[in-house]
Design a protein around this ligand. Structure first.
Ligand code: DOR
Length: 444
């Protein structure tokens, strides 16, 4: 007896697109078979014509709890995530208080339990003085260790080279880095201030948070990782130049991997006059050539993971001048639709998208029993209609901040249903009744 049967689905999984029926029981995929139509089930859905993907695992989001909940919170942002086909997220430590010790981590798990519509894990943040917390971290208590090797939103810059060396030497689990060299940025900011005063055009952002700033910082991260054979994942790559840090081909066995974010695969420098502060983020959206080179690297394996860096700020906050408007944009609700637009345009295959947003994040972070359509794995699933459209309107947004850089755009796909641990989290434009998100466990 199944809890739910999905009949006539087109599965996208492990490099294949194929027809099958899927039986779900006790939160997990029980059976994948060619014909389950006569099997007994509490609920049956004929999903002919729809594609069934593993739910997206987003390894980089900011859900703003605790302390910054006027921008977003776990309940609102996880609702937007499941509406966008994201069934698992890994959340960042630049909140208030900072997530820099075991106690702050546990507080976040408690906040998410019973309130998060998607599965969750949290990063331990590094600071200039929490090496003991890093060394003694329980590997089940965090998805990874986040190191801001460049200042961004929140006061989390780790800039002591000695401390960085020790972090890379002793980190018990994967290190993820934000790489932008702060002294370089400060020099560029000073030059822009001298030229423009307070009215710096937003189009200057990629020149201030420059290619050189990215390269300098990510090169140092790679140097440290090689020195200590640390497992390093460099977040949100924005420059073609930095792709030289990574090897093409499958992710298996790599000690250094790179991530690209959906907005850096979508927007370019040409969008600043239209969108201004809405696409101000760190690292900056750069040239169209960078975007296109990163997309190519997603295809050839130099970039192994695609995520969002969902970072909501209120509309009012975003109205400030260049130095006042905070960096970051809300993305989880349309990340997968944006990638599926790349599929429609012939730029990415469905198999590649699933590899980069489902399989590889599960592998890189050693997530237990998720990220694949496999019998015995949790039923974190998304049903996608590649023939239906999604027009982004303010009314359709579930973010607490209530705006999106994609407003007015019509995506060429629709997220029809999202299942989290076998429960309906999103279906036909409505959130599900229950809260199904669970804390992640890890194969480590
Ligand atoms: O644009 C960004 N916003 N980059 C970051 O590194 C932080 C994030 C935020 O928290 O707002």
């Amino acid at each position: 007896m199944y809890d739910l049967l999905l009949l006539n689905a087109t599965l996208v999984n492990e490099g294949r697109v194929f027809q099958a029926d899927v039986g779900i029981r006790d939160q997990r995929i029980a059976t994948i078979a060619s014909d389950l139509s006569s099997a007994p089930a509490t609920q049956v859905m004929d999903v002919r014509g729809l594609h069934l993907l593993p739910g997206m695992i987003d390894d980089q989001v900011h859900f703003r709890e605790p302390g910054l909940t006027h921008k977003g919170d776990i309940a609102t942002e996880s609702a937007a995530a499941v509406a966008g086909g994201i069934t698992t997220y890994m959340e960042m430590p630049n909140v208030n208080p900072l997530t820099i010790n075991a106690q702050a981590l546990e507080d976040k798990y408690q906040r998410a339990t019973g309130r998060s519509r998607a599965n969750f894990a949290f990063y331990l943040g590094a600071s200039n003085d929490n090496l003991e917390d890093i060394k003694t971290l329980d590997p089940q208590a965090a998805c990874g260790i986040k190191v801001f090797m460049g200042a961004s939103t929140g006061n989390m810059l780790v800039d002591d080279p000695q401390v960085l060396d020790s972090i890379f030497e002793h980190a018990p689990i994967i290190i993820v880095t934000h790489c932008e060299d702060s002294p370089t940025i400060q020099r560029n900011e000073q030059a822009a201030r001298e030229k423009y005063g307070e009215e710096v055009p937003f189009a200057e952002h990629p020149l201030i948070r420059s290619e050189e700033a990215c390269w300098k910082s990510s090169s140092f991260a790679v140097e440290l990782a090689k020195k200590h054979d640390a497992r390093l994942h460099i977040l949100h790559i924005t420059t073609a130049r930095e792709l030289a840090h990574f090897q093409p081909g499958p992710m298996k066995g790599k000690r250094i991997t790179g991530e690209a974010c959906v907005h850096h695969l979508w927007f370019s420098q040409e969008d600043y006059p239209r969108l201004g502060a809405q696409i101000k983020c760190n690292p900056a959206v750069k040239r169209a050539e960078d975007r296109d080179a990163i997309l190519q690297a997603v295809k050839d394996g130099r970039i192994d993971i695609v995520a969002t860096d969902h970072a909501p700020h209120t509309w009012e906050e975003k109205q400030g001048t260049y130095f006042k408007a905070p960096a970051g944009l809300p993305l989880v609700q349309h990340a997968l639709p944006s990638l599926l637009d790349h599929y429609h345009a012939g730029r990415l295959s469905l198999e590649t998208i699933v590899e980069k947003v489902c399989h590889n994040p599960a592998e890189a972070f050693e997530v237990k029993d998720r990220g694949y359509l496999r019998e015995g794995y949790f039923a974190d699933l998304v049903l996608v209609d590649l023939q239906a459209e999604t027009t982004v309107t303010r009314e359709s947004l579930l973010y607490k901040c209530g705006w999106s850089p994609f407003e007015g755009h019509t995506f060429k796909s629709r997220i029809v249903t999202t299942l989290v641990n076998g429960g309906i989290a999103w279906h036909e434009g409505q959130l599900g009744q229950g809260i199904h998100g669970q804390r992640l466990t890890f194969n480590r």
